[in-house]
Design a protein around this ligand. Structure first.
Ligand code: FE2
Length: 237
């Protein structure tokens, strides 16, 4: 396969997506996501490097195309990074407290722990301030009512390269705690045609990104390391 050959295939995935049901589109997204993730972690080494690079680029470039033109100006998939104006210090402190209090409820999901639907987080996810902020940047969105506390607080926790389910199409991800100062685990985004983007969020810092379109991972924690995040899902309409 040549570089020139992959571009029509990317466009064809986009056109195919328009004909699919939502369930079929999720299925195709999963296949492309698993292909990108597998290639990023070094699978298919029996194939030539050119072919693997071409297949990875095809999967990475096709993922944003599955969304019916609703991923405008897609480059890195990052919409915003910084101290978000829609969270006050008190909001961050309250979510931090609720996250700690809900740790015992968290269920293991692959290689990290998730606590869903805590009352304060759910209420925050419906904030009109967040909605307005997102709508100004990416057009109208709807909250998916999904609000998760995430915990990577034992050695070896993380998540391999993947894209998120539809419920977290647009993911508002905020760091509540990452200890100790000397960090090992990091979030890495793999946008098409670019170097990986390494993200170490500070306490209270937010990343808004198209998690259903850009492949991303959290690298593994080491002994003594603990990461707590809160994640809200939104959907462009
Ligand atoms: Fe994710």
């Amino acid at each position: 396969m040549t570089r020139a050959g992959s571009l029509p295939l990317v466009e064809r995935f986009g056109r195919l997506s328009a004909e699919l049901t939502a369930a079929e589109r999720e299925n195709l997204k999963l296949l492309l996501s698993m292909a990108a993730g597998g290639l990023l972690v070094g699978h298919a080494r029996h194939l030539s490097e050119d072919l693997r690079r071409e297949a990875l680029e095809t999967a990475q470039r096709s993922l944003p195309k599955l969304h019916d033109g609703k991923r405008p100006a897609f480059t890195t998939g990052i919409v915003f990074r910084g101290r978000a104006p829609f969270f006050s210090d008190a909001d961050i402190a309250a979510m931090d407290e609720e996250s700690r209090a809900n740790r015992y409820r968290a269920a293991r999901f692959h290689d990290h722990y998730v606590s869903s639907g805590a009352p304060l987080a759910r209420e925050m996810a419906l904030s009109s301030d967040i909605n307005d902020f997102l709508s100004d940047r990416v057009g109208p969105v709807l909250p998916t009512y999904k609000a998760n506390y995430l915990y990577y607080d034992a050695p070896g926790l993380g998540i391999d390269p993947h894209v998120d389910k539809d419920e977290f199409a647009l993911n508002v991800l905020t760091m509540l705690e990452h200890l100790p100062e000397n960090r090992n685990s990091e979030l890495i985004l793999y946008p098409p045609d670019q170097e990986p983007v390494h993200v170490q969020l500070a306490h209270g810092e937010t990343l808004v990104f198209f998690a259903d379109s850009v492949t991303h991972q959290r690298t593994r924690t080491v002994a003594g390391e603990s990461v707590r995040l809160v994640s809200f899902g939104y959907h462009p309409i």
